[in-house]
Write a protein that binds this ligand. Structure first.
Ligand code: ZN
Length: 298
């Protein structure tokens, strides 16, 4: 077990990095870590994460009762307590509002497409927990659905949450989510994403063990397999096309509506504006299709 003084210093450092990178503004965000079997060390309420000092932290028990500290624990303490209850393996929890990932959370677009090998081996998919009023007991309830099977998730119209085997592992997952969101945004602005086919996703899942990555749940293709309708997710649903031996599968993005099968955080998917069967393409998408057709003719 890492010394308490080291954990306090680590929380200060991670808070400083999150604020410096724009993952939090003002007093947003919170960080906690297990301190022995039945204690948590947690950021206090109403402080800027960029300007904390080690003495500011609170110690609570696993029910949230304050044991030590001049300040009150984080306003999102209930969410942290729920994560520790559901995930005995989780040693640390980080919550922030990184702007690109939070943009996806606001748009109701989960980061669940098979795009980057690194993301698939570490986080798998990044779903969206349904909207809940911050700092109420709604939020832990929304998080509960996904937390057993995921180390990171978006919170609809709010931010992101990550867990890890130590403070830095949880923080790095937050970095990965924001980085992945940024890359996904750029690819979507460019008008297409090339996806990894299902066979490659299966191969990457097999490599998790080789890399020593302990994922909380396997990757699955079908949302029905995840048991979401029945309650908690039991696997990480990743959208990957069935490949025909190709290493990458071109996927021109639909401008009509987000993928209707995607989890939309409790929102009804927007109605397609086009008539059924009609496909609308931007000039860029049309050019890409024509270029591809010419290439295949050669
Ligand atoms: Zn928040």
């Amino acid at each position: 077990m890492t010394a308490e003084s080291t954990l306090r210093a680590d929380i200060v450092e991670i808070g400083r990095r999150m604020y410096a990178r724009g993952y939090t503004a003002s007093n947003d965000g919170n960080i906690s870590v297990r301190l022995g079997a039945d204690r948590l060390l947690m950021t206090p309420k109403s402080v800027c994460k960029g300007f904390m000092t080690p003495d500011m932290m609170c110690i609570t028990d696993l029910d949230g009762k304050k044991i030590q500290g001049d300040r009150d624990p984080s306003s999102e303490m209930l969410m942290h307590l729920e994560v520790y209850r559901q995930r005995p393996d989780a040693q640390a929890v980080v919550h922030a509002h990184p702007p690109t990932a939070t943009g996806f959370a606001v748009a109701g677009i989960p980061l669940d497409r098979a795009v980057l090998a690194e993301v698939l081996t570490t986080l798998g998919s990044i779903p969206i927990a349904e909207y809940a009023t911050p700092s109420t007991k709604e939020l832990p309830e929304a998080v509960r659905k996904y937390i057993k099977a995921h180390d990171g998730m978006l919170l609809a119209n709010h931010g992101a949450l990550t867990v890890g085997g130590d403070l830095y592992a949880a923080y790095y997952k937050m970095e990965t989510i924001e980085h992945f969101a940024h890359i996904s945004l750029v690819a979507r602005m460019l008008g297409r994403e090339n996806l990894l086919p299902r066979e490659e996703v299966d191969r990457l899942q097999g490599l998790r063990g080789t890399y020593g990555i302990k994922a909380p749940a396997p990757i699955c293709a079908d949302p029905d397999d995840a048991g979401l309708a029945a309650g908690d997710a039991s696997c990480q649903v990743v959208q990957a096309p069935q490949g025909s031996g190709a290493r990458l599968v071109a996927d021109v993005l639909s401008r009509v509506a987000p993928n209707p099968s995607a989890e939309t955080g409790g929102l009804a998917a927007p109605k397609p504006s086009a008539e059924a069967g009609e496909i609308r393409l931007t000039y860029r998408e049309l050019s890409a299709l024509i270029e591809e057709a010419i290439r295949s003719l050669r």
